[in-house]
Design a binder for this molecule. Sequence first.
Ligand code: BGC
Length: 743
Amino acid sequence: MYRKFIIFLGPLFLLLGCALNTVQSNNEIDFKVKQLLSEMSLEEKIGQMTQIDFSVIAAELNSENPIDQRKLEDAILKYHVGSILNAPQTPNNQAQTVAVWRNVLSSIQAVTGQSRLKIPVIYGIDAIHGATYTKNSVLFPQAINMAATFNTDLSFKEGEITARELRVAGLQWNFSPVMDLGRQPLWPRLWETYGEDVHLATAMGTSYIEGHQGDDFSAPNKALTCLKHYVGYSFPINGKDRTPAWIGERMLREYFLPTFEAAIKAGSPTIMVNSAEVDGIPGHANYQYLTTILRDELGFKGFTVSDWEDIKRLYTRDKLAANEKEAVKVAVMAGVDMSMVPFDYSFYDLLLELVNTGEVPLARIDQAVARILTVKYQAGLFNPPKPLLPEAENFATELATDTNRQAARESIILAKNDQHILPLKKSANILIAGPNANLLSVMNGGWTLTWQGDNESLYPKDKLTIYKALQNKSLGKVTYLENSVLDKQAALEASKNVDVIVLCLGEKPYTETVGNIGSLNLEATQIKLANAMLATGKPVILIMTGGRPRIITEQADLASAVILGFLPGMEGGEAIADILYGDYNPNGKLPISYPRDTNDIVLYDHKPIETYESNTYHPLYAFGHGLGYTSFKTSDLKLASDKFNMGDSIELSVAVKNTGLISGKETVLVYLNDVAASVTRPSRQLKAFKKVELAAGQKQTLHFTLKPEDLSFIGVDLKRIIEPGEFKVMVGHETATFMLNKP
Ligand code: BGC
């Protein structure tokens, strides 16, 4: 039975959003922007909307100075470009030293200083798990791992450290965080997301933004974030990158918009557009998403930037426009403020023609440019340059590296541990095998030192692979089986004198479309290797690294222990060794459902119909799963009342006890279910979580507050509503119910 009474929450959220939006321009900036706009020529305005790749201003390869001065002057003095992106070194953009970055940015500044209006360039970079394009920076676990920590403090610190390291090099605009939800495990960008859940992704992403930007992103140690990829990009129906998503408006509002809405409220001043299409409309042509929803509804005040070459692609790929010029018109009129062109000045030339012939109104140009200039003022880019943060105290510090190691430790999931085979004794003799045993790239993934992250030779020599880290800690013998062994006899031979086999499988790094696959199945040679090792009768510890959950059902069943490492970053090897030897008690939890079979993609917040009759939610490992070397028990789930009025907050408490023998961390997850509603509701949805550290035997009572909007959903008429009736709160094995009444 569904309830008839509904409350409309939209206006309330909108008001809240505006009040909390810290990037709203103040009067002084508004005034300066108006003044500057009035002095700008049309060419100068359109230049501001143009973003080019570094290659456009690059010197010949192998030149001492990465910039070609003449090309740079062309870009800034002739085309008035407002923004440049990416690292030097083409065709493979590569991490540069702090010194090179400082030179690059000061060379650009010097030329903008010669321009008529001296408008600074805003330089964008993908610093998605630390300052990825700066050599020796602190490179964190990727977002999927950060989500597995369920530790918002760590996400905040990652943001803080990334911003500081960017600023040391003179960089200031980061194309991160990804606020797309990871609900399609085939998608090769799953690892860039904070997993499948709205609440978790919101909590991790907003904490990252707060750490990265602080209260004022113009501060010398803070930098701007850019939300990606608005909106619906992450849910391609066929799992391939940059292919169509079919997302109805209810699903969009229920799952894919809330993370962006929260991140806008957290103050992110820029947004990158979805590079693919939703419901037949490419992201860059979607007026409803880019203007009606983003501006009018969510109150976003910053600027939007296109993704890579995507305005052109409205013509060259999507055939939404009949030619490139029409593509420019469609995108600009839909609400794209800046074009990541990125290799030429076609956008500039075409938009100029479009305005001169009246096909794009000047008012729209002024609007886009005002937004860009406002962000530039807010970022302090117009202020006289200040000395950059000194490298020694601010870049790759010991403290930051320790934080990274802690993030890596908390991001690794112990999924299976039969008969407490782990932790291993340090005296154990180990055979370590598998293609992912002795590489750093497999733990870092894409956007590490290069775009694809796959150039192992560029990786720092002082960071440890899983093999090296085990070897470092071991008091026994660690033998590395470099070549793959595919038959049982050879495996028996290799494992003759060992106590345990550590088998490192998974994926190689990839970024974007390069990572497209047709199936989640693990490659055949890895399966053969695993089966040969499992047939030896020696206990096998299976360690998976890589960006996606590849199917390991049969192998995991036979293995004694399974560790899901995903992409734990530069300290991943050490963190895995810490866990294997019990120097760290693991506490990571899965931020996604790990499928049992390649087509068995059911998410934890499934609808009742997905578990009806013969349907089941039966992943290999469920969302939230993760073991440790101690045990925890939750009990005494109590609600402040069993009746609440609509509009009330729901107070609840639950006790958590460390029932094991060593101290450890536990994340308590609070799920909610709306028992009957006018639109089918998930069987459970995460609404709150807390991570605590408890000594052996220690018990603590945790308090949670569910806000009215936590009880809301997108109703029949596509508005966010709350309906009265029965709700269930679930924590651990306990359930408590309450009635929500109309006041
Ligand atoms: C990706 C973005 C990235 C941009 C700039 C695009 O191909 O989709 O996530 O920020 O390139 O490197």
